[in-house]
Ligand binder design. Structure first.
Ligand code: AMP
Ligand code: GLY
Length: 426
């Protein structure tokens, strides 16, 4: 097979992990990333085009003669990158703007779940506080209030009391999240442990693409504010094969079939945030992309070449490729965050010790950049992902924390208990 030119869109830890894996493929002739980061630059050429500049990305894909575009973040899907690439005939691993509504609109997804009988929390969608209040009257605490649109993972309030719930509704409808909060979704609270399940889809077919467990709270013991994710491990033992089969049957397959039947075939990653309730897995949310930092652990564990899978999904030919093979090892990812993350991360701190080679760990860059002197500095809330494989999760964890202890970032912090739920089960 001729070598491929691949354009990767995005600039986070997820995209560094994808770039690392794609660059190992014998099929990858040239890898270009836009806009990328200093870690991605070690395996790809960088071009300064933003993930939300769909026209700029299409022009770049044409200029380099891309055989495949791989989209990392949902923000590129939301501006219609996949749709625009389709009009110029460039295969894109990532969904259309309409298909990506499974992530970009919570109301769309909840309505979709209802139409197709998918297991999820009972809910209502409201545009004013009076009708929201009437629905809250029918529920018991805690209450779950969500801004309808994308709010960078911050548009969800779990209110312990009715007063807090009412305040959250007023806050969101009052414009705290801009147009993302023009409508609010109120949900029944689901009890259980959460896990992330991934499927790769080509519009008609889906293949299982691993599972992971995230740690969303900023501090040890699942305390502190919600974040984009402070660390992950894979596979999560709580998500047994039986539960995966059930989620596949009751959620993933009907979703892929339902999206096709409704005229927006689903292409790319379907990431199901699951709540493992006493009555089985229920959907918390869908995302139209890999999780970040879940992807980092999946890439470490993926044994197969990723490129044929991404290309087949983009071309609607997934049924013709072998299913992915996984290493029989555990993977962990620990996020090093900047001081003040998630509320007000302090950027500009100089990072030390992250660029050497590590025997037992792999470092994926997230919010890093170079300063005028060429030093590696923090430029975002989540700065680095320190990742490792091990025969057991405990071994992987030891390797990751060992590597982390050699990395410096003034004021930076990380959780010390990534993987605790799985380790407690043993
Ligand atoms: P989301 O952005 O929809 O994933 O919500 C963020 C977090 O809020 C989830 O990871 C859950 O921990 C929690 N959450 C959201 N919806 C519910 C629900 N209906 N019941 C319980 N917890 C929820
Ligand atoms: N780590 C959670 C997410 O990517 O949405």
């Amino acid at each position: 097979m001729e070598k491929l030119t691949i354009l990767l869109v995005g600039s986070g830890g997820r995209e560094h992990a994808l770039a690392w894996k794609i660059a190992q493929s014998p099929l990858c002739g040239r890898l270009v990333a836009a806009p990328g980061n200093p870690g991605i630059e070690t395996v790809a050429e960088l071009r300064p085009v933003k993930a939300t500049d769909a026209d700029g990305l299409v022009a770049l894909a044409q200029e380099i003669g891309a055989d495949l575009v791989v989209v990392g973040p949902e923000s590129a899907l939301e501006v219609g990158l996949a749709d625009k690439l389709a009009t110029v005939g460039i295969p894109c691993f990532g969904g259309s703007q309409r298909a990506a509504q499974l992530e970009t609109s919570k109301a769309f997804t909840k309505d979709f779940c209802q139409r197709h009988g998918l297991p999820t929390a009972a809910y209502g969608v409201f545009e004013n506080a009076a009708s929201a209040g009437a629905f809250l009257d029918t529920l018991q605490a805690p209450f779950v209030i969500k801004a309808d649109g994308l709010a960078a993972g911050k548009g969800v309030v779990i209110a312990a009391t009715r007063a807090e719930a009412d305040a959250a509704v007023v806050d969101m409808l009052g414009g705290r999240f801009g147009s993302a909060g023009a409508r609010v979704v109120i949900e029944e609270f689901m009890h259980g442990e959460e896990a992330s399940l991934f499927a790769v889809c080509d519009g008609k077919t889906a293949v299982l693409f691993g599972a992971a467990q995230d740690h969303k709270r900023a501090y040890d013991g699942d305390e502190g504010p919600n974040t984009g994710g402070m660390g992950t491990y894979s596979p999560p033992p709580v998500l047994t094969q039986d539960l995966i089969d059930q989620a596949w049957r009751e959620l993933i397959l009907p979703t892929v079939e339902g999206m096709a039947a409704e005229g927006h075939p689903y292409v790319g990653v379907l990431y199901a945030g699951l709540m493992l309730t006493p009555t089985g897995p229920k959907l918390v949310e869908y995302n139209a992309r890999f999780g970040d930092p879940e992807c980092q652990t999946l890439m470490l564990r993926l044994q197969s070449d990723i490129v044929p899978i991404l290309l087949a999904a983009a071309k609607g030919e997934l049924a013709s490729v072998a299913p992915p093979q996984w290493r029989d090892e555990a993977a962990i990812c620990v996020v090093l965050a900047a001081e003040g993350y998630p509320d007000a991360p302090k950027t500009g701190g100089v990072i030390t010790g992250a660029e050497g080679s590590f025997d037992q760990a792999v470092i994926f860059h997230a919010g890093t950049s170079r300063d005028a002197q060429g030093r590696l500095v923090a430029s975002g809330g989540r700065v680095l992902n320190v990742c490792a494989l091990g025969a057991t999760l405990a071994e992987a964890r030891e390797s990751a924390y060992g590597a982390l202890s050699r990395i410096g970032l003034p004021g930076g912090f990380h959780r010390r208990d990534i993987g605790w739920r799985a380790l407690q089960r043993v």
